[in-house]
Design a protein around this ligand. Structure first.
Ligand code: FA5
Length: 337
């Protein structure tokens, strides 16, 4: 056993010299001094030795055990020191810092801000309303009483409280009149919700930007002038639009402003439902009943209102051929803006 112990010590120390990392160190620790390690096995045999051999072999076995343990500890601290050294060496303080990835604005927000700037330059204030709206402001105050067939024009999410998820930004019209009176020049960008089947140009959640201008002698001419500024501000160039009569209970007369589809260049595609035109901006002169609901005298004041489909405008501006991409949360899509 004397020879066996000496050979084991020699072999182990030779192997320890070749250790390159902590993983190898741990493997050799287990191999030699672990619970089933080679030295441990030899130590277990000590009890079977003849009584006169026990002191001598026992002493040797203990020396081997201590020698291996000390060597392993040395190697362990050596490895730790080397690792620290390499970290220090690897840090080059003169290198430029790694760039930090930042988020970016959603395309809806980008266009909303652009439009806000256009309207602010025309003297309009920017107001925002609640997403959960009362039936009164969303419908009744806008000349749409409970039994009016126009309620079916917008599929509505009703809450058990009797309130609604705002179906259109027009819901802010009477709130603004009540608060600011006349004259009034304001826009209301906001999120709208409709319980309808989705397709390339319809989503259940989308954005509108409402405009309202009230003063004495406001006419269609004022409306058209502002619409032109709006289009110029967004597209920076002439875009083909057409105006046709449209019915909304809260305006009289009412119009629809359609934009020539910029996805297909007017040839017809899934976004414009093969018509070449996309309904973008309904508008009209504020109905006298709505002015009255806002506490204004229709004999003195008149006004125009429009309800721009902001999300559709974003689609036209960036050539997005499916509205659902905008709410998808897909970063591959969003990072392009
Ligand atoms: C309205 O919401 C009226 N409040 C607009 C208005 C305001 C008329 C002021 C007159 C005066 P309409 O339901 O058509 O109207 O919606 C207005 C615009 O919102 C549409 O032209 C379209 O661009 C956009 N829009 C409507 N529904 C959706 C939808 N499901 N997904 C995406 N955009 C939509």
């Amino acid at each position: 056993m004397d020879k066996e112990l000496k050979q084991l010590k020699k072999r182990a120390l030779e192997e320890f010299e070749k250790i390159k990392n902590n993983k190898e160190l741990e493997e050799l620790r287990v191999k030699y001094v672990g619970r089933n390690g080679e030295l441990t096995k030899v130590l277990k045999q000590l009890k079977d030795l003849a009584v006169e051999e026990k002191p001598k072999i026992g002493k040797l076995a203990n020396e081997v055990k201590v020698a291996l343990a000390e060597k392993l500890d040395d190697l362990s601290s050596q490895l730790t020191k080397n690792a620290r050294g390499s970290i220090v060496q690897a840090t080059d303080l003169t290198l430029p810092g790694a760039s930090v990835k930042t988020g970016s604005l959603h395309p809806n927000t980008i266009i909303q801000y652009e439009l806000e700037d256009v309207f602010k330059s025309l003297g309009f204030q920017v107001l925002e309303g609640p997403d959960i709206e009362s039936e009164y402001y969303n419908f009744e105050a806008l000349n749409i009483p409970a039994d009016h067939p126009a309620r079916d024009m917008q599929d509505t999410f009703w809450l058990t409280s009797g309130e609604v998820l705002k179906t259109h930004t027009s819901a802010m019209q009477v709130r603004a009149m009540e608060k600011y009176g006349a004259p009034l020049k304001a826009i209301f960008p906001g999120r709208c919700f409709r319980y309808e089947a989705t397709d390339a140009s319809h989503d259940t959640t989308f954005y509108q930007l409402e405009g309202l201008m009230i003063d004495q002698d406001i006419s269609i001419a004022n409306l058209i002038a502002v619409m032109k500024e709006l289009m110029k501000g967004v597209f920076g160039k002439e875009v083909k639009v057409r105006q046709r009569p449209g019915y909304f209970p809260f305006v009289e007369p009412g119009f629809e402003l359609d934009i020539n589809c910029l996805i297909c260049g007017g040839k017809g595609c899934s976004v414009c439902k093969q018509t070449g035109w996309l309904e973008l901006l309904p508008c009209g002169l504020v109905h006298p009943n709505v002015l009255k609901a806002g506490g204004l005298d229709p004999a003195k004041y008149s006004g125009f209102a429009f309800g721009l489909g902001l999300t559709r405008l974003v689609m036209m501006k960036y050539g997005i051929d499916d509205i659902r991409l905008l709410q998808s949360g897909d970063l591959r899509f969003l990072k392009q803006f």
